[in-house]
Design a protein around this ligand. Structure first.
Ligand code: AMP
Ligand code: MG
Length: 418
């Protein structure tokens, strides 16, 4: 498990910026080093454990990029078109029977190996066939046209994928193109997830009139799975220090991260802080982020704990900014900073200087065709509809005080967050 010292996340300042928080976490968390081998079909989303250098060039041999006619360099028409008799036929997966004779052209198909004596291919759409059955090639085509030289994509030996790369389908495709069948990846990060709160009932269980169904736990587990984690669903802990402490203590040794939601505000019924302090150490980070309130960071038996706020939107936003980089750091992944895309605001909004705020927004096309962000009409941090009915978050940096319609703002699509 990730062994961390007790004061690992201690922080002296009153308010921490989001960048400071991410910097602290990624510097302190020890990456898991356990490696396992998976088949290519199971590699999507996993973190690569070792660099991969190209074991062969891509493409592996020089080939035709089009269906057409191959010619020798000496036979390339210069000023005027030329009619060349046909000599040979080279299919994809095949090879030429004999070299193309000087003054001749060979039929060739996309992906077929170029005969060494030919350097150029004419697209079939650009030629015509004369009455004698010769292929009439237009003048002016450059030497080497429509040919894909061996290694033009990736030369042999090139560092093609780096350890720490979280694999996407295109990365898996590259390893398949290299002929690999299995990949060494970091084992999945094990995360224990709890909700806390006497007002919560699990879906499927009876719900008292004063209770609501626990939605955060399912949101957080889904987000964790998208980040490649192995998730233990540990249900709901009651708002009571001793049972909270018991529940957390039980999972500390066997997981890489403990994630809780709720109970980290400073109300009398927010017991997570006291529970963690009774069995480990905990700091409340007052992050300068809205929605967000305090986020708890702690260590129990060397296992890091993150306590997210209970309001669903605050939980979502702090997951993105605190849990996501922690999970990536634990998994030994290369940093994947979130880069907001500039977009036009179609709303006005006032905010506090010194705090980063996230505005839930929907994308639409303005009258001029440009993309613009429309703010969700209500702001409560408890509104699940505000996450469901929008496309992403407009990020308003610490220095911004006001946004007016027409101004450029940064947009993070939900699709890019996980
Ligand atoms: P807390 O952070 O525990 O003070 O909770 C803040 C608000 O979020 C309260 O209205 C809770 O009912 C709500 N809440 C807390 N945990 C959850 C959860 N797991 N699912 C849905 N709502 C929650
Ligand atoms: Mg609570």
């Amino acid at each position: 498990m990730a062994q961390l010292s007790d004061d690992c996340f201690a922080f002296g300042g009153p308010m921490m910026s989001v960048d400071e928080a991410v910097g602290l976490i990624t510097a302190r968390v020890n990456a898991i080093a356990d490696i396992e081998t998976v088949a290519l079909v199971d590699a999507d989303g996993r973190v690569l454990a070792r660099d991969i250098a190209a074991p062969l060039p891509l493409p592996p041999f020089t080939n035709s990029a089009v269906d057409g006619y191959a010619v020798r360099d000496a036979d390339l028409p210069q000023q005027e078109e030329r009619a060349l008799p046909l000599d040979g036929r080279i299919q994809a997966g095949g090879s030429a029977q004999a070299p193309i004779k000087p003054g001749h052209t060979a039929r060739i198909f996309t992906g077929a190996p170029m005969p060494p004596e030919a350097g150029t291919v004419f697209m079939q759409e650009d030629v015509r066939i004369d009455d004698a059955g010769n292929i009439v090639l237009p003048a002016g085509l450059k030497r080497g046209a429509n040919v894909r030289p061996a290694g033009e994509d990736i030369p042999e030996g090139h560092l093609a994928l780096r350890a720490g790369q979280r694999l996407l389908p295109q990365h898996v495709a590259l390893t398949a193109a290299f002929g690999l069948t299995r990949l060494d990846v970091i084992r999945r990060i094990r995360v224990a997830v709890f909700s806390t709160g006497d007002e919560l009932a699990s879906p499927g269980e009876p719900r008292a009139p004063s209770q609501l169904y626990d939605s955060n736990r399912f949101m957080l587990m889904a987000m964790l799975r998208r980040l490649g984690c192995e998730v233990s669903d540990l249900g709901i802990l009651r708002d009571e220090r001793a049972s909270l402490a018991d529940g957390l203590k039980q999972v500390a040794g066997s997981h890489d991260l403990i994630l809780t939601t709720g109970g980290v505000s400073t109300g009398e019924e927010d017991h997570v802080k006291a529970a963690v302090e009774s069995i480990g150490s905990l700091v409340l980070w007052r992050m300068a982020i809205k929605p967000g309130r305090p986020v708890a960071m702690g260590i129990i038996d060397g296992t890091p704990l993150i306590g997210l706020p209970g309001n669903p939107v605050a939980s979502f936003v702090t997951f993105v900014h605190v849990v996501r980089p922690t999970v990536l750091a634990l998994a030994g992944g290369l940093p994947e900073p979130l880069l907001p895309i500039p977009i036009r605001a179609a709303f006005s909004y006032g905010k506090k200087i010194g705090r980063r705020e996230y505005v839930r927004a929907t994308l639409r096309r303005g009258e001029d065709g440009a993309l613009e962000a429309v703010k969700f009409p209500r702001e409560g941090a408890g509104l699940l509809s505000s996450l469901v009915e929008t496309d992403g978050l407009v990020e308003l940096g610490e220095d911004i005080k006001r946004v007016e319609p027409g101004e450029s703002v940064g947009f993070l699509s939900y699709a890019d967050l996980l």
